[in-house]
Design a protein around this ligand. Structure first.
Ligand code: 5AD
Ligand code: SF4
Length: 448
């Protein structure tokens, strides 16, 4: 979601005549797009701001804007920071060029956030967001051939640990026509893979006259757009709502990738209840069984939080047990971080000591690594189709000795990372690669 917002903002700024630079030293304007989901993410922003304050001592005209979730969460408190000129929340992003131009001319501090974030977004603001999205909807161009498209904004689930409903506001599904038009435009520009985004994208719902659209309808319509080859969607909330429809569209449409990111968060029913996740571990596992019945070979990924208030060794063991049974292709594991204003923060004590959280994190990672390793190894000797992203950022041990081409990285439809040697011009193209080596998170191969 943040990558998409960054792409939209940088497109808007480019259109307004700004040029992008990678170097802070050269910049007249610095924007920091922020995340509030864990304290660590916010701490990193504050440390950047400390650095910028230092730079501003010799360059007082430099304008610094903090945008996104942390801007919405902290508002005027953040504006008090010496380094900060502009604080702009996610809903106000369409105003960003105007705010920057004003700050550059008038040298005043500017605050643009929503006072009552859980109120329905006013129509005018909604239209501005919609216009911003479609005008600059060219997606994330840093990865050629791919783009993100927002299906939904906000969240109404209120998991007790989560800050998102308080910073991104109420759930709202975008009109299917706007989404499909946007994807057509992207396809015309050479985009081959679109990822539909929403905090709980499987609950996408839009009523237009007599007709009601769900995510499966969107995927079906997008699959008919010429030029679009792969469709992905993140992230899913484990719920019955529309789930069968989604599984069937994956099974029936060759363009919808057989990959499901569906966070469980915990394997203990007691903790799930305290998190306000509305399912049991067993029900969640039965959902995965159903997905595998309908789509053999589907890759499933998840998220977990360890060290939620009240999590005992027994609760944690239930999580380990669920991870073993779920056979994820991979999962993301986070240590619980109390977020101000959430129910878990205001009503529960952060009882699990830091070292216990750390230990559980490492243990769960190790359990998953074993599973990922086994699943990866099944690819040995097989040929896979990938969409090439570009140069591999961290050079892996050279899989193909004697090949002078640079190391590239691509992903399969099931989101496996594949590293191989090839010409850089392959970025944005599909390629076939034979897998010759595997590790838990990466497949290594050779172009066939
Ligand atoms: N502490 C730790 N992890 C969190 N997540 C969300 N809120 C918190 C929090 N307060 C994790 C969840 C979610 C992912 C995006 O971040 O696992 O799925
Ligand atoms: Fe946060 Fe829960 Fe909404 Fe996901 S579903 S964004 S974890 S409140």
């Amino acid at each position: 979601m943040n990558k998409l917002d960054t792409a939209l903002v940088s497109s808007a700024l480019k259109d307004a005549g700004f040029n992008l630079t990678e170097s802070v030293k050269e910049a007249d304007v610095v924007l920091i797009n922020t995340c509030s989901v864990r304290q660590h993410a916010e701490e990193r922003v504050l440390s950047h701001l400390g650095h910028l304050k230092h730079i501003k001592e010799s360059r007082p005209d430099m304008v610094v804007a903090v945008i996104g979730c942390m801007a919405q969460r902290l508002g005027d408190k953040l504006l008090e920071h010496e380094a900060v000129n502009i604080v702009c929340g996610p809903v106000q992003l369409p105003q960003i060029t105007e705010l920057l131009t004003k700050a550059l001319q008038q040298k005043k501090k500017e605050l643009a956030v929503t006072q009552k974030i859980r109120r329905k977004t006013p129509r005018q603001q909604d239209q501005a967001l919609e216009q911003f999205e479609s005008a600059y909807g060219i997606g994330d161009r840093r990865i050629p051939g791919q783009a993100f498209v927002r299906a939904m904004r906000g969240c109404n689930k209120f998991c007790t640990y989560c800050v998102v409903p308080y910073v991104r506001g109420p759930e709202l599904s975008r009109p299917p026509r706007a989404i499909i038009e946007q994807i057509k435009k992207l396809a015309d520009q050479g985009v081959k893979q679109v990822t539909l985004l929403g905090q709980t994208v499987n609950s996408y719902k839009y009523k237009s006259g007599q007709r009601s659209y769900c995510l499966a309808d969107l995927l079906d319509m997008a699959g008919n757009i010429e030029g679009i080859e792969w469709l992905k969607f993140v992230t899913n909330y484990p719920a019955e709502e529309f789930f069968d429809e989604i599984l069937h569209v994956i099974a029936d449409s060759p363009k919808v990738c057989p990959y499901l990111h569906i966070p469980a968060q915990s394997g203990s029913d007691k903790i799930l209840h305290a998190m306000n996740r509305r399912y049991t571990a067993q029900w969640y596992l039965s959902l995965l069984d159903k997905a595998r019945d309908i789509i053999p070979g589907i890759a499933i990924a998840g998220d977990f939080i360890v060290g939620f208030p009240g999590e005992t060794d027994e609760d944690f063991e239930a999580t380990v047990d669920l991870v073993k049974k779920a056979r994820y292709r991979n999962c993301f594991i986070f240590k619980y971080s109390p977020r101000p204003g959430t129910k878990a923060e205001t009503r529960l004590q952060d009882t699990v000591p830091a070292e216990v959280k750390q230990r559980r994190n490492i243990e769960l990672l190790a359990v998953q690594e074993k599973i990922s390793g086994k699943l990866s190894a099944e690819f040995l000797g097989k040929e896979v189709k990938i969409l090439v992203e570009g140069l591999s950022k961290k050079p892996h041990l050279n899989a193909a000795e004697g090949d002078d081409n640079p190391q590239l990285l691509g992903r399969t439809a099931t989101d496996y990372i594949v590293v191989f040697n090839g010409q850089q011009s392959l970025a944005g193209q599909f390629a076939k690669v034979k897998i010759i080596k595997t590790s838990p998170l990466t497949l290594f191969g050779q172009l066939t």
